[in-house]
Design a protein. Structure first.
Length: 154
């Protein structure tokens, strides 16, 4: 804790807020948990965009509605317009997101935490990597979701 207190001024320059997480390694675990949640949310967001589109709804209207509701999210606001234009300029490469999903799942296994949503999201990221999207932004997982049900239409 003393070292943390000593380095806080440097942390204040680097980020918005600093947290003391205890023993060495807990920062890496926190990063995995946050990125696992982010990856799972991106998959759900992608499914929502596809469902809106296939239901005859305007995706931009969905983005506007989401921005005003309880699920308002800076990630959706930032990534949504690019996703609906099939553009994925890499801010966080998909291959790194999938790696963090895999590591978070391993941490869950280690701690006996059931994580079916994260596991399904990891599968979508793996599929996206197999399609050559690993160097695109992690939001390119949207391409997998768009393709998943397209041949099932009646």
């Amino acid at each position: 804790m003393a070292l943390y207190e000593e380095i806080i001024p440097a942390f204040d320059v680097l980020g918005k807020k600093s947290f003391f997480l205890g023993q060495v390694g807990n920062g890496a675990k926190m990063k995995l948990v946050v990125n696992m949640i982010m990856g799972s949310m991106m998959n759900a967001f992608s499914e929502g965009l596809v469902l809106a589109d296939r239901s005859g709804l305007c995706q931009q209207t969905l983005l506007d509605v989401l921005e005003l509701g309880a699920v308002a999210n800076p990630m959706f606001k930032l990534k949504g317009p690019a996703m609906t234009n099939n553009a994925y300029p890499p801010a966080f490469p998909l291959k790194h997101q999938q790696k963090d999903m895999r590591l978070a799942l391993a941490l869950g296994d280690e701690r006996a935490v059931s994580m079916p949503v994260a596991a399904a999201s990891n599968e979508a990221f793996k599929k996206a990597r197999s399609l050559g999207l690993g160097d695109q932004d992690f939001s390119a997982v949207y391409e997998v979701v768009k393709v998943a049900g397209s041949s099932d239409e009646s």
